[in-house]
Design a binder for this molecule. Structure first.
Ligand code: SF4
Ligand code: FES
Length: 582
């Protein structure tokens, strides 16, 4: 394999690769602003320039400076075998300092109030590659703040004109909302009059912007980024399986960002995935169990509520009526399995249904000119229809949701799960469950809460771990980010509690909130949980343990032992600053 030496490190490459791509893959630092692997390469910011030497076959393959020793852009120069590249030469370093000084001439010194501070490459490169002081004594050009679209503000005077945002709307979304207006130091990025930056992938420009010029309205002044911790997540709102980072602090979710996976979502996510999490902290969340007493819904402890669940199913069985379990396609594979096991312990003839699978239009593809894989926005608006169906089939058969709605009146008891981010209950469902006893396990309030026998509050996607199977059959695990909100529990935990009780065991009281896999504590961070209330539970729900049981259960579930893709380990950032007690 051919090799190139970058900053003294020998790296293998495939023909046609740019030097900067090889350096990035090998974690060799080359400063870069305009380059992004998913976009075209205009080589215009000039910060990545390096000195190049290559073997000359006409001179015994001796190393000779390329292009007469001129600096060349590493983002637009293909590697060749034996090439030697350095960004540490005197010339390259002088160029880096000059570019940084130039970029900072008109840049405001407003890092203390800029949302990008802490994840800004202008800030980082000023420290690593800049001069440390400015020789500019004239008045800075001040540019306006602009409202670019539903989710995006622009602070024009922070822009360094890398044009990543413009190229994204030209090359990926092909919606062309952005343009460069003006010339010289009066240049600004703008939208055409009356055209908002509102395409389905619009907020990816916020991630692409290397400085704090394009900002997320939703995250504006919400949190300093160095307080955020991240957990590896999977798109919980569509069947895409897009890889995401769930970013949170002190038990509160603050934003969702794309996690690069070149086999699935490449570098991007849709805005519906990015902003769909608002229900996690909404007032509509169910906060504690409820149960029907003398015809009225009253607040209940988990123990009382579980008791009523068991009595309801056993009562239906005693009356010679069947029980139905409806497993929502928003739940994890492990939860689907655990819920079947739990309800079967109460009624071995329970019938299994998958929940509603809403769709919106058709799948929509977006080109990725620098990669063979297109980015696709999925029409199916649940994350795990394939997985839930697979598990239910393996556990005795999976019937469609429409069949359940048609036949709901036949059942003495119905265990219904949902966990949708927005209103999902239809009139036909309300009519269907009118003459049955409903055990509702859901995240947010709905009219069903007034019709149920028992309501159990469940955790959102961010409060549990598990795996989803996407529309292409790829099974991926995701981690728990934040503690359970209020008194909610993951559906998997509810199932394990019921299994414990049905087997004649006892629940033990624990502080709510903590699952086993909250990977989020860093120096200086404060854990968030309300441990003044104790909540009873059985065995702690942990997806990897449940998967081992699924493999033993049926051959058709063996892929849960071998095919589940695990997320990367989240690297904890150790602070290099001394912590001072205040
Ligand atoms: S707004 Fe950001 S992404 Fe767009 S050109 Fe300016 S610096 Fe680059
Ligand atoms: S990153 Fe190479 S010129 Fe901008």
């Amino acid at each position: 394999m051919p090799t190139v030496t970058i900053n003294g490190i020998e790296c293998e490459f495939t023909k046609g690769e740019m030097v900067i791509a090889i350096a990035n893959r090998n974690e060799i630092t080359i400063p870069q602003y305009c380059y992004h692997a998913g976009l075209s390469r205009p080589a215009q910011c000039r910060i990545c320039l390096a000195t190049f030497e290559a073997p000359n076959p006409r001179n015994d393959n001796k190393l000779e400076p390329m292009m007469g020793g001129k600096l060349l852009p590493t983002c637009a120069t293909e590697a060749s075998d034996g090439m030697v590249v350095t960004i540490e030469s005197e010339k390259a370093v002088a160029n880096q300092k000059a570019v940084m000084e130039f970029l900072l001439i008109n840049h405001p010194l407003d890092c203390p109030v800029c949302d990008q501070a802490g994840e800004c490459t202008l800030q980082d490169y000023s420290f690593q590659f800049g001069r440390g002081h400015s020789r500019f004594t004239d008045t800075k050009v001040v540019s306006p703040k602009k409202n670019m679209g539903e989710e995006i503000y622009m602070y024009s005077d922070r822009c360094i004109m890398c044009t990543r945002c413009v190229r994204f709307t030209d090359e990926v979304t092909e919606t062309h909302e952005l343009m460069i207006d003006g010339r010289g130091d009066k240049c600004t990025i703008d939208i055409f009059p009356g055209v908002g930056l509102n395409n389905p992938l619009a907020s990816n420009v916020i991630d692409l912007c290397p400085v704090g010029s394009l900002l997320d309205k939703d995250f504006l002044f919400a949190q300093r980024v160095w307080f955020l911790k991240r957990s590896a997540g999977i798109d919980p709102f569509t069947s895409s399986g897009d890889n995401i980072w769930v970013e949170h602090n002190q038990g509160r979710l603050y934003r969702i960002k794309p996690r690069t996976n070149m086999d699935i979502n490449t570098w991007w996510i849709t805005d519906e995935v990015r902003y769909g999490w608002k229900f996690v902290h909404s007032d509509a969340r169910l906060t504690q169990p409820m149960r029907r007493e003398h015809g009225m819904m009253v607040e209940a402890s988990w123990s009382r509520a579980y008791g009523q669940v068991i009595d309801t199913v056993l009562g239906a069985k005693a009356d010679g009526k069947k029980t139905a379990l409806v497993v929502s396609a928003t739940l994890t594979n492990e939860e689907a399995y655990s819920l079947v096991k739990a309800t079967r312990m109460l009624d071995e003839n329970v019938e299994l249904f998958v929940g509603p699978i809403p769709t919106d239009g058709e799948d929509k593809s977006f080109p990725n000119p620098q990669h063979t894989k297109q980015f696709v926005q999925r029409a199916e608006k649940v994350p795990n229809a394939k997985g839930v169906k697979r598990v239910l089939e393996a556990m005795g058969g999976c019937k469609e949701y429409e069949t359940f709605v048609r036949r709901a009146g036949e059942y003495g008891a119905v265990v219904l799960t949902a966990n949708f981010p927005s209103t999902w209950v239809t009139d036909s469902l309300v009519d269907a469950i009118a003459n049955t006893k409903l055990i509702l396990i859901d995240t947010t309030d709905s009219v069903l809460c007034t019709k149920a026998e028992v309501v159990l509050p469940s955790s959102s996607f961010a409060e549990k771990n598990g795996s989803f199977e996407n529309c292409d059959g790829i099974i991926q695990h995701f981690d728990q980010g934040i503690p359970n909100q209020h008194q909610s529990k993951a559906e998997g935990q509810i199932a394990l509690d019921l299994i414990e009780l049905a087997a004649g065991g006892k629940l033990v009281e624990h502080a709510p909130g903590f699952g086993s896999l909250i990977v989020d504590e860093q120096p200086g961070q404060v854990a968030s949980t309300n441990d003044s209330i104790l909540i009873p539970r059985g065995e702690l729900y942990e997806a990897s343990v449940i998967r081992e049981r699924m493999v033993d259960e049926a051959d058709s579930l063996s892929m849960f032992g071998s095919d589940v893709k695990l997320p990367p380990r989240v690297e904890l950032v150790e602070s290099d600053m001394e912590m001072v007690e205040l």
